[in-house]
Design a protein around this ligand. Structure first.
Ligand code: GLC
Length: 740
């Protein structure tokens, strides 16, 4: 405990001892500290700076109590700056140090979209725990993750960072990430405060163009975009970050409905809210704040506790408080929220990096967990029998992503080191030495248009039994500010694939990307397709284990794969519309000449690409096959407070052991508003030996069917429901029940 705070703590404890109160030690500590703070010191706590000034400048600001948090501070000076805060500022309040540790610190896991494909909360929690152990050993006690933006638009670069298109999956896996980051107790030195971001609706940026406006009506906000955040808060997420977008004209960083009504009044959130990078300052560009003073006024009154880098609180809150434009109570509440998290993290007692501890970076256990995550995150989209490969086969290793150590890590791998990446080529050379191979990338990087090496590629393929073509996206092509209007394989990768196929050998396409790409045109040239959303440090061994059958693919799509970018937005949990398309349509090149106006049917589909995506949410193949049979429900009528159990028998009818992600979907057939044609309400990873069958049961509380209806009140509405136990969102065994 810092000596400066020892007296007030003793006073607080003594005072507490003589009066019965429900106040906690935490409350007393915060009250005592707050009562000693000047207005400037309070505002200093609300100020987060990036480390982009000379060290002496930073230390002088810290000494004056002008900084409450820093991000991106070099590890080797964290203790020095923290010591300045603890020992040279008047009150000795520790800084909280933040960093974007999104999917790993040094040991990089698959990007969150990849982790979501595992449908495995334990894998996601393990990833958060590994990231926290590594990052906290370097002084980061706060990460700006999980990113919980429901994302239905593959043009949006940040879909890479999301947990996909489904609110339930994002909620389940986001909660797992929070548990991983925060551990059993926030004050454990290996615990890192989580940050549920970007609050809210950022994934619905119009046109998939980053930072663009969103138009999310309140019912959709309540039923689709808010639930993952509510789940994260219920799981104990310590902080929340506001999003860049204006929703229906209101920027999130001054949206008091979100920050006060929803977050505080409804969800009883008691952590703190931080803006995104200059998202407050950008309210002037939005045309909502007239100047920086207006920015400070709007955000402080809306309930935004900490300002990331735009510095308007420091510059204007003193006079805004003096003028009465910002009540002192708003300042005090913001500072309480910040001090509360610092207290819970144990920073007042233990603010420094323990440099005597052995380094946990790249621990073997961490690498193994990253390998497991990459293995379970890969999705087998097609296999005409060419997979699994045999180690006796001679393999042509082709493509720009076969040995791309930087790009394999994906976006937001700030601290990952490509020198530690094990690429597929490196894994072949180290763990599959018995395999004969010919390596010819053909293209130097994903955007490369130089086809000079294509003849060399064909020679390599001619000398081999099978070709594996590694294509996809460089890491820079997804992530923040990296939206695409064309999501085909970029450069000459499709040409490369066709050149390989022209030789006449079996071809496997492995895609490493940050988003679902439109690969329909490539499928005819690939006898098998394995999709791996930038798989991280251990992606190479994981992919080879899958290709050679040491592991059986089990990943399922957390996001819809469209046929054409023009189909976007297309997602599985859509409304039926008044004119749902049928499952057949006249292909555009078969429409007769002089066709009559209504001859093609007036329903909701595309003349050129129909109604359906290329691959639906929840889709993924295995080296074996699973049969679903005998769906039975505990009841056909349920009370609104009851529980429905649904059971189906899943059988592995193949010759290979495998894991199936069994999914539970429901549909509310009639509601006070139109309801999705399917909603995921449960999933289980079920391992089955060859020939084994298992009864898989889901227990569904009827309250899980509640939604915000026409009157914007959340409740279960009576009526008929369909229920599926399914391998994906487009198939499955169907039954029905009724809620009284
Ligand atoms: C960025 C991102 C946000 C990130 C923050 C700090 O602009 O929008 O996700 O955590 O700034 O780097």
């Amino acid at each position: 405990m810092n000596k400066k705070l020892f007296i007030p703590l003793v006073a607080a404890t003594a005072l507490a001892a003589c009066q019965p109160t429900t106040e906690t030690a935490e409350d007393r500590f915060i009250d005592q500290l707050l009562s000693q703070m000047t207005l400037e010191e309070k505002i200093g706590q609300m100020n987060q700076l990036n480390f982009d000034q000379p060290l002496d400048t930073v230390k002088a600001q810290v000494r004056r109590g002008e900084i409450g948090s820093m991000l991106n501070i070099p590890v080797d000076i964290i203790n020095e700056v923290q010591r300045t805060a603890m020992e040279e500022s008047r009150l000795g309040i520790p800084l909280i140090i933040g960093r974007d540790v999104i999917h790993g610190y040094k040991t990089v896991f698959p990007i969150p979209l990849g982790q979501a494909a595992s449908f495995n909360p334990q894998v996601v929690e393990d990833g958060g725990r590994v990231a926290a152990i590594e990052a906290t050993s370097q002084g980061m006690r706060w990460t700006f993750a999980p990113m919980l933006d429901v994302s239905r638009d593959a043009r949006w670069g940040r879909i890479a960072e999301s947990l996909g298109e489904d609110p339930y999956l994002a909620a389940e896996l986001g909660a797992a990430m929070v548990r991983g980051f925060q551990g059993d107790s926030l004050n454990d030195p290996t615990s890192m405060a989580a940050c549920a971001k970007h609050f809210v609706g950022y994934g619905a940026s119009e046109g998939g163009r980053d930072y663009n406006s969103t138009q999310i009506p309140l019912r959709s906000l309540r039923n689709v975009y808010l639930p993952p955040f509510q789940r994260a808060i219920e799981t104990g997420a310590a902080t929340v970050m506001t999003s860049f977008n204006d929703n229906d004209g209101v920027p999130s960083s001054c949206n008091d409905f979100l920050l006060r009504t929803v977050l505080r009044d409804e969800w009883r959130f008691d952590g703190f809210v931080v803006s995104d990078w200059n998202s407050m300052g950008e309210m002037m560009a939005h045309g909502v704040a007239a100047d920086r003073k207006d920015v400070a006024r709007l955000s402080a009154n809306a309930g935004l506790d900490m300002e990331m880098v735009s510095y308007t609180y420091m510059d204007y809150l003193p006079e805004l408080v003096a003028e009465g434009a910002v009540p002192m109570e708003h300042i005090d509440q913001a500072v309480r929220n910040i001090l509360r998290i610092k207290y819970r993290l144990g920073l007042f007692d233990n603010p420094y990096i323990d440099t005597d501890k052995p380094s946990p970076l790249y621990a073997e256990e961490h690498l193994q967990k990253a390998r497991t995550a990459a293995t379970q995150s890969a999705i087998l989209l097609k296999n005409d029998g060419v997979l699994p490969l045999k180690t006796s086969q001679t393999v042509a290793i082709i493509g720009p992503m076969a040995d791309a150590p930087h790009d394999q890590l994906g976006t937001w791998s700030f601290d990952g080191e490509q020198s530690h990446t094990v690429t597929p080529l490196k894994a072949l050379q180290t763990e599959y030495k018995q395999v004969k191979y010919h390596y010819e990338p053909g293209l130097r990087y994903s955007r490369d248009t130089n086809t000079d090496r294509f003849q060399a590629v064909k020679r390599a393929v001619r000398q081999s039994d099978v070709a594996v073509v590694f294509v996809g996206e460089e890491a820079i092509l997804s992530g923040e500010a990296h939206s695409l209007s064309n999501i085909n394989l970029i450069g000459k990768q499709s040409d490369l694939l066709q050149a390989v196929k022209s030789v006449g050998k079996p071809v496997v396409m492995v895609v490493m990307a940050g988003r679902p790409l439109t690969i329909e045109r490539d499928l005819p040239y690939a006898d098998a397709v394995l999709y791996s959303f930038h798989p991280g440090t251990m992606g190479g061994p994981a992919i080879l284990d899958l290709l050679f059958g040491r592991e059986n693919p089990s990943g399922k799509l957390p996001v819809t794969f469209v046929r054409e970018v023009g189909q976007i937005p297309m997602y599985y949990n859509h409304h039926n519309t008044g004119r749902p398309a049928q499952d057949w349509f006249t292909p555009i090149d078969q429409i007769p000449l002089n066709a009559q106006q209504t001859s093609l049917g007036n329903t909701s589909f595309y003349l050129d690409s129909g109604r359906d995506p290329l691959f639906p949410f929840g889709y993924g193949l295995s080296y074996t096959r699973f049969e679903y049979a005998n769906l039975r429900l505990s009841d056909t009528v349920a009370s609104p407070t009851g529980v429905i159990t649904a059971t189906a028998t899943i059988k592995n009818v193949g010759t290979t052991d495998g894991t199936e992600v069994v999914q539970l979907y429901v549909r509310d057939l009639v509601g006070s508003i139109a309801r999705p044609v399917r909603e995921l309400k449960g999933f289980q990873r079920v391992h089955l030996k060859a020939g084994e069958s298992k009864a898989v049961t889901f227990t569904l509380p009827v309250q899980d069917l509640a939604f915000y209806g026409k009157d914007l009140v959340k409740k279960v509405e009576p009526g008929k429901f369909h229920l599926w136990i399914a391998p994906n969102s487009a198939e499955g065994l169907q039954s029905e029940f009724r809620v009284k």
